[in-house]
Design a protein around this ligand. Structure first.
Ligand code: ADP
Ligand code: MG
Length: 729
């Protein structure tokens, strides 16, 4: 009898929902109370300091030391009033998650007492002992210094009793060692490029921000069951487990009623999120059992991304209070839907315009068309970089698995906008446009708002879909830091807009009227980027074939996807836009490859342990009982009669032994192959080996073990089965 499993299930059955501590106050009364937001700043800062910080946030102006001291002292006062005793620079190392090192405000006063101290220098910069964060060789150990620097555009916040200050993380030599610094650079690049293009339409536009609205999917499993599964606790996903008879085939979970225990958890973390000023609004069941989603109102991309990372932390900490564990892995359960993190993205101006929202007249619609077509052109030009930006060991299980978008990047825009682009393509003539032609095109463009209303034919299979007033990048993995895809998307958009501006200006210099120059350039982009547009079913084999004919990439694993960072033109692009240097790109790629290998290595080890220490002993035990049973028959009835009476036992024994042998063989092979891989010294070759040899062996091994699970007497099975993980509530 497997005590682990049985005790865990008993624990779950005894649980009842913890009543959430629903604050008696309205959300609006505590919303943002734990974040040093603009309104907190207005209350705590002098007018001079406030104006300075706002300007720094909006225009990237450096904050001088005097102001920093003022901000620090107000921040300390504000934080201590809310119970904070420590502070930390909160940053996003290349591990993909966040890091913090807490320091107390306390300083001994030299007379046996202490004072609380926090000044500008501590706010602005810290020097964490950073040698143990991944750096891809940028810092050799003898020069291991790294700095965290305050990002004034994201509000400091309080977690528990710690004041957290969002920061970037750079090496002594200035290179970025994190995911935030490149994002900020990409956002600055797209701001500049988009503002320039906006000048064609409105001289009042002086700033453009990228907006991000993420949708976070996750699974919940009971804490006791989670703890009884080494694979979940060590690798975040079930490496073994036969599919439950009932999975998601009845489609009875999506938008279904939320179980009370889960509801209590959701209310609790939403309350925490609201205190931090994270505008979460949406919650619902997802497609798979025990799968859920949370989404906020969109925000400026850097803030939205910090909020997503914070929310992932909250999910983790609050889930434990409710005896749950949260799984943000992209594919925790084979055979069930995986989890993604849709990135809804657009560009907004300081004049309050969403540049991807169709306007109300031909002029504003020409602006819409400009940004819309440029986005498609950017995706077309750099589909492979976008693919690389979402590559991870976890997401490899999801992309192309017929529930998530395929690994082929394409853009869906709906039939009405397709018609519009076709019309522009056909009606803008190469030479000087006649008044009639202009009227015809303007008429088409004028029709946009009306046509968009019925543009509801959402295509769930597209990785990059236009959804009325924004694009939705659906291929991002649930565990990802959105900063990575957002850095890429905004950089390629910035480059595209710069090229567009240059081309249009050249046409105007050549004698074209502005509208005509814009239309001709738009037409050119429509033609050039046509192959990236796909409106059909992204799940079918037909699309794989069709995409190959169109010359689109289908990069199925992380090592293949990451290879794009070796391309000269890609390095030049990111370097040229001031987002990442060649050295930073090389370092990041190495870190990503290492992460990939380590994830698979951990999985392979956990699998080996579970099979050797738990599965095989359980099955061998069961075999012994069957053998004893047969022996018993022989003792009582004699060999001849017993033979006929023990057909089932013998059959089972044969199947079990075959499974045990096959499993044992595969485990040995897995071990041998891994040692071979580890001998290779090229990071890319190791990763490729893990993708092509180790991963398939693990999958084969799982098939054998899952078969053994089905054959073995239930109470002996050493860890919770998938049906228990997903359906015991
Ligand atoms: P769904 O995709 O679930 O049907 P919506 O289309 O209403 O829901 O919005 C999905 C997400 O898109 C939300 O998180 C929302 O904040 C975000 N969103 C809406 N407008 C924008 C925008 N202009 N920029 C970025 N994200 C946006
Ligand atoms: Mg959506």
């Amino acid at each position: 009898m497997s005590t682990y499993r049985i005790t865990a299930i008993e624990d779950v059955l005894e649980r009842s929902p913890k009543a959430p501590e629903t604050p008696s106050r309205k959300i609006s009364e505590y919303y943002g109370d734990h974040a040093f937001t603009l309104s907190a700043m207005r209350e705590y800062l002098t007018e001079e300091a406030y104006d300075h910080v706002v300007a720094a946030t909006q225009d990237g102006i450096r904050i001088d030391r005097k102001i920093a001291d003022q901000v620090a002292s107000s921040l300390k006062e504000w934080a201590m009033a809310r119970g904070a005793t420590h502070y930390t620079h909160w940053f996003q190392p290349l591990t993909g998650s966040t890091a913090e090192k807490h320091d107390s405000f306390i300083q001994p006063d030299g007379r046996g007492g202490a004072i609380e101290r926090f000044d500008g220098s501590l706010l602005v910069q810290q020097e964490p002992d950073a040698s143990s964060f991944p750096n891809g060789g940028i810092r050799s150990t003898f020069e291991a210094r790294g700095y965290t620097l305050w990002d004034p555009s994201s509000a400091p916040f309080i977690m528990g009793t710690t004041l957290c200050i969002p920061t970037i993380f750079i090496a002594y030599t200035g290179q970025s060692l994190d995911n935030k610094a490149p994002l900020l650079k990409a956002l600055a690049a797209v701001d500049k490029a988009a503002t320039n293009v906006c000048q064609y339409f409105d001289k009042n536009v002086t700033k453009v921000v990228a907006t991000l609205g993420w949708e976070q999917e996750y699974f919940l499993v009971d804490k006791a069951l989670y703890n009884a599964r080494p694979d979940l606790s060590q690798s975040g996903r079930a490496l073994l487990g036969a599919a439950p008879a009932k999975g998601q085939q009845l489609d009875d979970n999506y938008f279904g009623s939320i179980p009370p225990r889960v509801m209590a958890f959701m209310q609790d973390f939403e309350c925490e999120a609201h205190k931090l000023g994270i505008p979460v609004t949406t919650r619902h069941n997802e497609v798979a059992p025990n799968q859920f989603e949370v989404a906020p109102v969109f925000e400026e991309a850097n803030v939205a991304n910090d909020h997503n990372l914070l929310l992932m932390e909250l999910l983790e900490t609050v889930s434990i209070r409710h005896d749950f564990r949260v799984l943000v892995h992209e594919k925790p359960f084979a055979g069930l839907n995986g989890s993604g993190k849709h990135n809804n993205w657009s560009l907004g101006t300081n004049t309050g315009v969403n540049l991807l929202k169709p306007g109300t007249n031909p002029k504003t619609n020409l602006r819409f068309l400009t940004f819309f077509v440029n986005t498609i052109a950017a995706i077309h030009r750099h589909a492979d970089v976008l693919r690389a930006a979402i590559a991870s060991a976890g997401n490899d299980h999801r992309l192309g698995a017929n529930e998530a978008p395929p690994a082929i990047i394409s853009a869906f825009i709906g039939s009405k906008l397709t018609e519009l682009l076709d019309a522009v393509e056909e009606n803008v003539s190469a030479g000087k446009m006649s008044p009639d032609e202009k009227t015809a095109v303007k008429l088409e463009i004028g029709r946009i708002p009306e046509v968009l209303l019925d543009n509801t034919d959402r295509n769930r299979t597209s990785p990059f879909a236009f959804t009325g007033n924004k694009f939705e990048f659906r291929a991002v993995g649930s565990a990802a830091n959105c900063a990575v895809p957002m850095t890429v998307l905004n950089t390629i958009m910035a480059e595209q807009l710069n090229m567009f501006k240059e081309a249009v200006d050249a046409r105007i210099a050549g004698g074209d009227k502005k509208d005509e120059a814009l239309l001709k350039e738009i037409q050119k982009l429509i033609k050039e980027s046509k192959t990236i547009r796909f409106e059909g079913n992204g799940y079918g084999q037909e699309w794989v074939d069709e995409a190959a004919k169109r010359g689109l990439s289908n990069l199925l694993d992380t090592p293949s996807a990451l290879a794009v960072w070796d391309r000269k033109e890609v390095v030049e692009l990111f370097n040229g836009m001031g987002v990442l240097t060649a050295e930073e790109i090389a370092a990041r790629t190495e870190v990503e490859l290492e992460n990939y290998v380590m994830k698979l290595q951990i999985e392979a080890r956990v699998l080996g342990d579970m099979v050797t220490n738990q599965v095989l002993p359980a099955v061998l035990d069961y075999q012994s009982d069957l053998l004893a049973n047969i022996q018993g028959f022989m003792d009582v009835f004699g060999d001849n009669q017993a033979d006929a009476m023990t057909v089932a036992q013998r059959g089972l024994l044969e199947d079990l032994s075959a499974g045990v042998s096959a499993t044992y063989d595969l485990l040995n092979k897995l071990r041998t192959e891994r040692s071979k891989m580890n001998e290779l010294d090229d990071a890319h070759a190791v990763a490729k080996g893990y993708a092509e040899v180790v991963k398939p062996l693990m999958e084969e091994c799982r098939i054998q073990v899952d078969q053994l699970e089905k054959l073995t007497e239930d109470s002996r099975w050493p860890f919770p089965k998938l049906r228990e993980l997903l359906f015991t509530r």
